[in-house]
Design a binder for this molecule. Structure first.
Ligand code: SF4
Length: 372
């Protein structure tokens, strides 16, 4: 068994750590790039959403490097994610990749706990380690994703307060570059702990009052920087602080608490008056996060979604009500394989300028030009 998996932000680093810890051969998927997307888009149905195209591109590239097993999370939910696995299998078979095994980690009630255990058991059986050692490997993988998410969150938020412009971004790039070079879980955890301390001791000015933006929307596109055109890093360049709730470690906690109905109670409560029903994906979370962003003192929110994403289109239709009732600006950015970066940047800059003018009219370009 040679495992591969999709590249989705910090998830790939965590799954690689798990494979290293379990001593199972793996192929690390390429960091998402133009070629990955071109390969995926070329073989995907035109109307399928962007995350599928990236994933298919990842799988083909990794299979070409020797992978024979794809590990993927699944869902029987109402959006296209429920079709991802079957569709990917069919396309790969059609392309001549006949003997590729898919392990779908899906804990939904339709699949059931026993079937879930059987599927995960395939990975466990491929490891030469004892059950206890395997549990330790799983814990290390979670630790990795949790540390990565914490470092990222600190970097994105502190960028608005940093005294030395660009320091948070430099630390962010430095740790990501070194993390992929680590050869063992313990080496990686040591490195991440070092960078966690480093980012938390960045010199900041508490007198600064930067623009603060929440990043909300479809989980793949908010987590994967290439597909959202590095929105969080662009905000860092503008001296804007940003926050994002949907992270891989949030996803794990949410999944584990779901059977007990204790997952994200604050988000569920905040979304209830606007979207009381699940619409698949993270549409409900998007609405809850928008409401909470205002309550937590953010100046605005940016919703990111892939073109044609069903749950986020529903969320998008609710957003104008939240904007009006809460007096809270929210901009929507839709991404697909032909998204033009220039228009995306112009809209982001205009949004930030509008937020500045609301916060302090004399600071904005419009405020200066109009003399107001
Ligand atoms: S949430 Fe949206 S982008 Fe993700 S699989 Fe569902 S429809 Fe596609």
């Amino acid at each position: 068994m040679v495992i591969t998996f999709p590249n989705m932000g910090n998830v790939a680093l965590a799954v690689r750590t798990l494979c290293q810890g379990l001593q199972i051969p793996y192929v690390m998927p390429e960091e998402n790039n133009k070629l990955t997307l071109r390969i995926g888009a070329e073989h995907s149905p035109e109307e399928i959403c962007l995350p599928f195209k990236f994933m298919l591109g990842n799988f083909i590239q990794s299979i070409e490097k020797g992978a024979d097993t794809v590990l993927l999370t699944g869902s029987c939910g109402p959006c296209r994610f429920g079709e991802y696995c079957e569709l990917a299998m069919k396309i790969l078979r059609k392309l001549g990749y006949e003997n590729i095994d898919f392990i779908i980690a899906d804990l939904s009630s339709e699949v059931g706990v026993e079937e879930f255990k059987r599927r995960i058991g395939k990975i466990s059986a491929a490891s030469p380690l004892s059950k206890l050692e395997q549990l330790k490997a799983l814990h290390a993988a979670y630790k990795v994703v949790e540390l990565c998410d914490k470092i990222d969150a600190s970097a994105y938020y502190l960028a608005g307060f940093e005294l030395n412009r660009g320091e948070c971004k430099r630390i962010l790039h430095e740790y990501k570059k070194k993390a992929v070079q680590c050869e063992s879980p313990s080496e990686l955890i040591k490195l991440l702990n070092y960078y966690k301390d480093k980012i938390d001791s960045v010199k900041i000015s508490k007198n600064k009052d930067p623009i603060k933006i929440s990043i909300i929307g479809e989980i793949f596109t908010v987590i994967d920087p290439f597909s959202n055109l590095y929105i969080e890093e662009k905000l860092m360049d503008y001296g804007v602080s940003s926050k994002r709730t949907l992270t891989p470690s949030w996803w794990v906690k949410n999944l584990l608490m779901k059977p007990l109905r204790l997952n994200s109670p604050d988000i569920k409560k905040a979304s209830k008056p606007y979207l009381p029903y699940s619409v698949g994906g993270h549409g409900k979370e998007c609405i809850g996060e928008a409401v909470l962003a205002k309550a937590h003192g953010m100046d605005g929110a940016i919703q990111i979604l892939p073109l044609g994403c069903m749950p986020e289109v529903v969320a998008k239709s609710v957003i104008p009500t939240i904007q009006a009732e809460k007096d809270f600006p929210i901009m929507t950015l839709i991404v697909d394989e032909i998204t033009g970066e220039a228009g995306y940047i112009t809209r982001t800059e205009a949004f930030i300028d509008m937020l500045k003018s609301r916060k302090s009219p004399s600071q904005s370009a419009f405020g200066k030009a109009s003399g107001s």
